[in-house]
Design a protein around this ligand. Structure first.
Ligand SMILES: [Ca+2]
Length: 125
């Protein structure tokens, strides 16, 4: 996913933003959150995962507003690693990587702690 910024001279500057997807839901607008990092799709640790983080994820994906933020691998776990962060989004960020977050030890959270979201969707499925 690329974001294009035009700065003064109108020379485009390409900033690679974090690739996100939702997996395991009943439709594309819900599921566990996965991010593409280190060459694989990883789940996201659900420490301090709440509706503010869900708002950012739904916005970043263009999937409307956040209906629910879910902890505890409600849509199952992934097959890759996990992004070990605790989350402090304000809710207004454009991308999950713009949120303040803190690195945590993988030992401090259990294997079943994967973040999920349900977005309102855009009316199409
Ligand atoms: Ca939070």
């Amino acid at each position: 996913m690329l974001t294009v910024l035009f700065v003064l001279s109108a020379v485009p500057i390409y900033i690679a933003s974090l690739d996100l997807r939702l997996v395991g839901g009943r439709n594309q607008f819900e599921g566990r959150v996965e991010v593409y990092r280190s060459g694989e799709w990883q789940t996201v640790c659900d420490d301090l995962w709440d509706i503010k983080e869900a708002e950012v994820v739904c916005r970043q994906l263009g999937y409307g507003y956040a209906v629910l933020a879910i902890q505890g691998a409600a849509f199952g776990g992934g097959s890759g690693g996990r992004w070990e962060r605790e989350w402090h989004c304000k809710g207004s960020e454009i991308s999950l990587q713009d949120c303040h977050s803190r690195s945590i030890s993988s030992r401090s959270s259990s294997r079943t702690e994967h973040a999920s979201v349900i977005c309102s969707g855009t009316g199409e499925t």
